[in-house]
Write a protein that binds this ligand. Structure first.
Ligand code: GDP
Ligand code: IMO
Ligand code: MG
Length: 424
């Protein structure tokens, strides 16, 4: 099992952190391949909750080496804060975290421009972490990479060129004060001192490790419906969370990929704006938010909640190549007498065959639901699949039937020991 990809199958926050942490025990390397500190991956060990934004969720497994791949956009401030947070819990990342020299850096102007764009028009509902502006610079080929930190002259020249442009935007478009070159250079040189020993050619490292027979878990951030190519554009993030992104974002060939697991929440949530066919705006949505504690791990914003959407999952499974699901937060549904599942979309009196790609159809379609009985019993201490109530097993079986994908893991709580492996 050389490379096993873990992807978010919906709009993010499916519980990737929890599952990656759990599966990490059995691999050598855990590698993040895209996104940045917009991600918030929660790992609960015992009574302690940890929220990771950049460092892979494998960091809690002692024998695992964690890699931040070239596809990630790295915010030095967020990274140092995270390293410090782990240190405060007695964990040392020394020798256990590697960062790609090709990864792009998030600069102060990226965060500023992200926030200003949102305030003055864009209204995507971004996390404000500078993700879009950083990927813009990457693709216009003006971005600053980690490798640029290693040469002071190059770093200065590149920051200056960027600042000349960004300061014009800040002043002329947004009426803001200009940023100061020297203070940014100083800040990033200081950052270089602190992470210098973590920087390496991670693609070489990963390919060498794989050739030696080591195993890699590739941890996606966000989710398929937030993918820049396949998501509900323009209400998406600026990277490719889908499984294909793992190869480009880590510099490994597709021939190493042997397994793709979709992390699937037992219902649906979304943070930020954009279409959401099964969204519940009334009492049921409120209940899901309350029982599922659906508040963003990065921004604290309330997550929008709705029933499970099989149309969305079929689409996600297709573009990701998902062969098995890890179904999370099944315990949250224990509070409902009846549970609805969206089995299809109707538009202008006709059933749609596939997940639509335009905002208008997504906003106007009518989800078709079937309702199944709830189990009204706590699942949180159940350890074996056979011990789940019959209605819960029927719910899982129905999701398998509608999506055509077997469920391999059922998660019934945030802790490591609240994870049930099911034979497929
Ligand atoms: P990620 O971004 O995909 O890693 O997910 P988040 O960490 O943003 O959000 C998932 C939330 O659900 C976190 O607070 C987890 O601790 C929690 N969680 C994960 N799995 C379960 C589960 O099976 N049941 C419950 N009740 N909570 C879970
Ligand atoms: P994890 O990895 C849920 C959403 C934002 C916004 C859109 C664009 O924890 O699942 P961005 O800041 O990326 O430009 O925002 O994407 N978003 C997420 N939603 N989980 C995430 O990450 C997200 N990362 C970004 O809310 O709608
Ligand atoms: Mg999250």
């Amino acid at each position: 099992m050389p490379v096993h990809i873990i992807v978010g199958s919906q709009w993010g926050d499916e519980g990737k952190g929890k599952i990656v942490d759990h599966l990490s025990e059995h691999v050598d390397i855990v590698a993040r391949y895209q996104g940045g500190a917009n991600a918030g991956h929660t790992v609960v060990i015992g009574k302690q909750e940890y929220i990771l934004h950049l460092i892979p969720s494998g960091i809690f497994s002692e024998n695992v080496t964690c890699v931040i791949g070239n596809g990630v956009v790295v915010d030095p401030a967020a990274l140092l804060e995270e390293i410090e947070m782990l240190r405060s819990f007695g964990m040392d990342i020394k020798g256990r975290l590697l960062i790609s020299h090709n990864a792009h850096l998030i600069m102060p102007y990226h965060k500023l421009l992200d926030t200003l764009r949102e305030e003055q028009g864009a209204k995507i509902g971004t996390t404000g972490r500078g993700i879009g502006p950083a990927y813009i610079d990457k693709f216009t080929r003006t971005g600053i990479r980690i490798v640029d930190l290693l040469d002071r002259d190059i770093l200065r020249t590149k920051i200056k060129a960027n600042l000349d442009e960004k300061n014009k935007m800040l002043k002329q478009i947004y009426g803001k004060e200009e940023l100061k070159l020297e203070s940014i250079i100083e800040q990033y040189q200081e950052f270089d001192k602190q992470i210098d020993e973590l920087i390496t050619d991670t693609s070489y490292y990963l390919n060498t490790a794989l050739a030696e027979g080591k195993t890699v878990l590739a941890e996606g951030a966000q989710g398929a419906l937030l993918d820049i190519d396949h998501g509900t554009y323009p209400y998406v993030t600026s990277s490719n969370p889908t499984s294909g992104g793992a190869c480009t974002g880590l510099g490994i060939p597709p021939t190493f990929i042997t397994k793709i697991t979709g992390i699937v929440k037992a219902y649906t949530t979304r943070v930020g704006n954009g279409p959401f066919p099964t969204e519940l705006t009334g009492d049921d949505g409120e209940q899901l938010r309350r029982w599922g504690n659906e508040f963003g791990a990065t921004t604290g914003r309330p997550r929008r909640c709705g029933w499970f959407d099989a149309m969305l999952l079929q689409y996600s499974a297709r573009i990701n190549g998902i062969r098995e699901m890890a179904l999370t937060k099944l315990d949250v549904l224990s509070h409902f007498d009846e549970i609805s599942i969206c089995t299809g979309y109707r538009l202008n009196g006709k059933m749609l065959k596939t997940f639509p790609s335009d905002e208008k159809r997504l906003n106007n379609l009518i989800p078709v639901y079937e309702t199944v009985p709830g189990w009204k019993q706590s699942l949180t201490e159940i350890k074996q699949y056979c011990d789940l109530p019959a209605q819960a097993k029927q719910y899982v079986a129905r999701l398998e039937e509608l999506t055509g994908i077997p469920v391999r893991i059922v998660s019934v709580g945030a802790r490591r020991d609240q994870t049930i492996f099911k034979d497929v």
